[in-house]
Design a binder for this molecule. Sequence first.
Ligand code: HEC
Ligand code: HEC
Length: 271
Amino acid sequence: MTIGAVALVLIGAGAGAVILLSGAYSTAATKQHFGITYRILEQGLRFSVARYADKIVVPDLDRVANVKVGYACYRQYCQQCHGAPGVARDPLGRGQLPSPSSLSESARDWPEAHLFYVTAKGVRMSGMPAWEFRISTDGLWSTVAYLKAMPFLTKEEHRKLDTSATAESCPAPTTAPSYSRETTQVMFRQYACDNCHIIGGMVGPKTHIGPSLEKWRERRYIAGVLPNTHDNLVRWIVAPQEISAHTMMPDLDVIEPHAQHMARYLMTMDE
Ligand code: HEC
Ligand code: HEC
């Protein structure tokens, strides 16, 4: 890139920052985007997903996926925002901008790998959450299988699925990806730890309800009640309410393999 192009980008970014900081840009969710902004966002999402989903190998869905399980996941985690055939979205899904789309069309048009990628990773700045920390890989493929089936289900078939799927709950992950600081930072964010704690090496919100977790290894006690060892730290992260009835830290449904990585990160972060 030439120096001129770099200067242009910097001027553009600077102008954007000035507009934002002046308060002139409305951040209200009732203020519609311009048509052009919509098209850029929509196309941007398609291009980005196509690029990153490229590496995903689609397994044999007849073997790993189950539409009933997929619907159980959809009902628990998606329907409130996206609705379903004959089912309205909740108030939560109506007050958002961008508005979550009804998924029948994307489900028909998008390849399985793209649906999997978006569901696993979410869409930044849109309100679409990442689900890979709540739903197991097979559960995600099952959700994709349900999405693919959804546009072709009659209301009656859908109702049947609704009654038969309730018993099958959506499977949570049982394993973690192999350890690295970067993946563990994603975990801290995905459980909102960085919303309440300052954590070494992480960029995050500046409001902190809980104590700073910097220089963690020097601590002798966890929350004043447990000696600070790796195993105790895992116990605390998984079930703080069980250990201390008075603590303000909520149970966050952290699965043990994720807590193992978090404890390792905190214990070794200053090395
Ligand atoms: C809190 C609200 C919310 C929840 C819950 C939610 N989504 Fe979304 N989703 C969005 C928003 C907002 C977008 C971006 C706007 C759009 O394109 O629909 C989006 C986009 C998508 C897209 C891209 C489709 C497209 O046409 O752009 C897919 C696929 C998707 N969501 C699937 C899911 C699945 C599967 C679940 C449940 C596991 C889920 N979503 C849960 C809000 C949500
Ligand atoms: C809603 C806010 C909140 C969230 C989210 C939260 N914590 Fe906490 N955490 C607290 C508070 C408050 C305390 C102080 C507890 C006490 O002393 O009773 C605490 C205490 C701790 C401690 C002990 C600190 C010390 O000084 O002894 C650790 C370690 C910890 N949290 C880790 C985590 C991790 C890891 C996560 C994410 C899985 C997390 N927390 C999510 C509020 C939160």
